[in-house]
Design a protein around this ligand. Structure first.
Ligand code: FES
Ligand code: FES
Length: 159
């Protein structure tokens, strides 16, 4: 199968029914995407497929052929971090860190679709589970990355 992964085209030899998470972690050694529940409940395994947040633990590899795949490894680089990564650092979001790559990919999908999300948009998009309870900091970081004030009000454009 040919995949379009993190801006690169690659040929993979895998069972078409293999969950994408297994392919990423065990075959391609992209271990930034995490395994949590394996049943689409926690979001630790979230990646983007054609920009949308997708839970890779229940996504067969065959279903992503011909689509653009992005994992946490390609969200930003140390020299050029994504706005969300900068905001995550500024708001000191991560605690144990286990859920955070999935959170970031879900947030990236949200901002890709809705650049200035309301609280309702954030609640609807961020259904991932964090056992460390970082939800409020995640909300602040998403607003920061979106250029919004901490209370969710859009900042006025500078003249
Ligand atoms: S590991 Fe995929 S949603 Fe939990
Ligand atoms: S930071 Fe520990 S589970 Fe979210």
């Amino acid at each position: 199968m040919k995949l379009d992964l993190n801006g690169r085209r690659l040929q993979v030899d895998a069972d078409p029914g293999m969950p994408l998470l297994w392919l990423l972690r065990d075959v391609l050694n992209l271990t930034g995407t995490k395994y949590g529940c394996g049943v689409a409940a926690c979001g630790a395994c979230t990646v983007r497929v054609d920009g949308q947040a997708v839970r890779s633990c229940i996504t067969p590899v065959s279903s992503v052929v011909g689509k653009r795949l992005q994992t946490i490894e390609a969200l930003g680089t140390p020299g050029k971090p994504h706005a969300l990564q900068l905001a995550w650092i500024a708001e000191q979001v991560p605690q144990c860190g286990y859920c955070q790559s999935g959170m970031l990919m879900a947030a990236a999908a949200l901002l890709g679709k809705t650049p200035q999300p309301t609280d309702a948009d954030i609640d609807a998009a961020m259904t991932n589970i964090c056992r460390c309870g970082t939800y409020q900091r995640i909300r602040l970081a998403i607003r920061r990355a979106a250029g919004m004030a901490p209370n969710g009000v859009a900042r006025k454009a500078k003249k």
